[in-house]
Design a protein around this ligand. Structure first.
Ligand SMILES: Nc1ncnc2c1ncn2[C@@H]1O[C@H](COP(=O)(O)OP(=O)(O)OP(=O)(O)O)[C@@H](O)[C@H]1O
Length: 258
């Protein structure tokens, strides 16, 4: 069974249909990249999964997670799934943190909200989680503003993976980072995906990222899916002219080195 199955999802305001009957699925442990230019409806589609849409937006269709329709689920039930089984990593990682709360306190609160563990167990989990993203436990004493962008996004990843979710939704997780930090973040996600077996739904406007990491790629434009398929299908035999344009925009290795 698919972990996530999106069937004919529509998202609209009172006057405008933004996402137009799109369907896609994610298998357990798979990496699906959703690629498309700004405004194509990528973030909106993935926000609908966790019932995170703005109040003026209405979603229709079905979003099945392990067979249950998330669009019809009570917010109380969804709260038990979000974080624990479905975790988000956002582009604006700064907003994922409370400014005057230490990193350690973030880990503690997150576990207390979702699990019943002793203080010693929570501490051990925090140490392991920080270590898994290459940060020593001394970072627990720091406040978010005392970390670099890359360190903070690594911490956000450690938090997102803390409860071993089956699905991680990473919405442009590297956009705010320089290219070296971006590379490290994606490498880190790929390693943690292998270690934990989670599936990743990765939103990116950069087809290079999809080329390097995704098992499947879905191309969106103006609220519609233009094409989707496994990575080599899309990268080597794109059918749509828009996908070809995105591919042509990737600098060749020679150009990139220059
Ligand atoms: N609450 C809202 N009400 C009305 N329109 C909205 C709302 N939020 C976003 N939009 C519009 O919906 C469209 C899709 O937005 P969305 O954020 O999903 O795009 P995106 O593909 O993720 O773009 P980006 O790569 O820039 O994040 C855009 O035209 C956006 O302006």
């Amino acid at each position: 069974m698919n972990l996530l199955e999106v069937n004919e999802l529509t998202i609209q305001t009172a006057t405008r249909q933004i996402v137009k009957r799109i369907s896609f699925s994610v298998e357990p442990g798979n990496w699906l990249a959703i690629v498309g230019q700004s405004g194509s409806g990528k973030s909106m589609s993935t926000s609908a999964i966790g019932q995170l849409l703005a109040p003026n937006l209405k979603a229709g269709g079905e979003i099945l997670f392990n067979g249950s329709n998330l669009l019809e689920m009570s917010s109380k039930k969804l709260n038990t799934i979000r974080g624990k089984q479905i975790a988000y990593i956002f582009q604006d990682y700064q907003n994922s943190f409370t400014p005057f709360m230490t990193i350690g306190k973030h880990f503690d609160e997150y576990q207390r909200n979702h699990l019943q563990l002793s203080k010693a167990q929570r501490l051990q989990n925090r140490q392991q989680a920080l270590a898994s993203v290459g940060l020593g436990d001394e970072y627990a004493e720091r406040f978010p503003f005392q970390l670099s962008g890359g360190q903070l996004q690594r911490t956000a990843i450690a938090l997102a993976l803390l409860l071993k979710p089956a699905l991680v939704i990473a919405d442009e997780p590297t956009t705010a980072l320089d290219s070296i930090s971006s590379y490290q973040i994606l490498q880190l996600l790929a390693r943690l995906q292998k270690e934990t077996g989670c599936a990743i739904l990765h939103i990116t406007h950069d087809l290079r990222h999809a080329a390097n990491y995704a098992d499947h790629v879905l191309v969106m434009k103006d609220g519609d899916i233009l094409e989707q398929g496994n990575r080599s299908q899309i990268m080597e035999f794109p059918r749509h002219s828009y996908t070809k344009t995105l591919l042509e925009a990737i600098p060749s290795l020679g150009q990139a080195e220059e």
